[in-house]
Design a protein around this ligand. Sequence first.
Ligand code: PLP
Length: 356
Amino acid sequence: ARTFNFSAGPAMLPEPVMQQAQAEFLDWHGTGMSVMEMSHRSQDYMAMAHHAEQTLREIMAIPDNYKVLFVHGGASLQFSAIPLNLADTGEVVDYFNTGVWSAKAIKEASRYAQVNVVCDNHAMIPDESEWKFSAQAKYIHYTANETIGGVEFLNLPNVPEGIPLVTDMSSTILSRPIDVSKFGMIYAGAQKNIGPAGLAIVIVREDLVGQARDITPTLLNWQTYADNDSMFNTPSTYSWYLAGLVFNWIKQQGGLAAMAEHNQTKAYRLYQAIDSIDFYTNPVPKEQRSWMNVPFTLQDASLDSTFLKESKEAGLLNLKGHKLVGGMRASIYNAMPQEGVDALIDFMRDFANRYA
Ligand code: PLP
């Protein structure tokens, strides 16, 4: 039986997608082969890969002057690729620091460019009045959703115009509609809302491709992917295929507007439960609370292991918070059904009644 898996990533994937993948596993469309066994240069595979890109373009309404790249190395490799593609040594780049993932992006960018930290707080987004942009930044980077802290920019940050805005959307991409034209570059690791690990998506405005420094490794240069339909070398073929199935599923569900409604309702109910039961606390300011990752602590941390044991027995898996922050974390990506969140809320109420 399938459980409700609250892992932050790799995360639960939509059940119909998993069923389709299972049905096609050994024999994809009568070819007698698994997708895993196909050449990425075969007509069948290339058509499937192209269709996945087209579906993503459709559901995100990606303008024609943006390239969509299917890349290796997860979101973390883009931490290096971004400064290498967009800035020269010594040039200034602006980074928001709002948590663990921003800090990692900053650490890596600092190896290649001069980082100006716009604002610095690991638990929340500081007030706009405290943001300090540099005059000459080559780009501005922010982490749209801090997966560990559960802090999300629910609206586009108000940034100076004319400077490319770059965002790590790993744990929020496809959770709601966004206006892609506001961004220079968007990137996301696949293993939350897109598909299995081993793949990352880069969406980049055309004029930002082709400016990488000479020393940029070939496979970190976005142009390499753009010029070769992301097949300069062997891509993560199976992950790409499954991502295509997820994009189809999102489209069938009514696209990103439907995802947004579904996600907002789930998050609202869960935060309401946390706020209304004295036993639980979420530390994030209300207007910055993530729709995707909901951290919470128990009144008495010595009950954490009992909470985890009993929740697991109830079919609610992977609720342990990240080791840096402790407590619990419920990741409720697109694939988490409302029933999963309702079951968690029922469990939390019952647990509080028994132990408070
Ligand atoms: N950025 C964010 C916001 C993340 O949540 C993660 C992983 O959880 C990463 C980057 C790193 O992704 P990857 O493991 O694909 O490199």
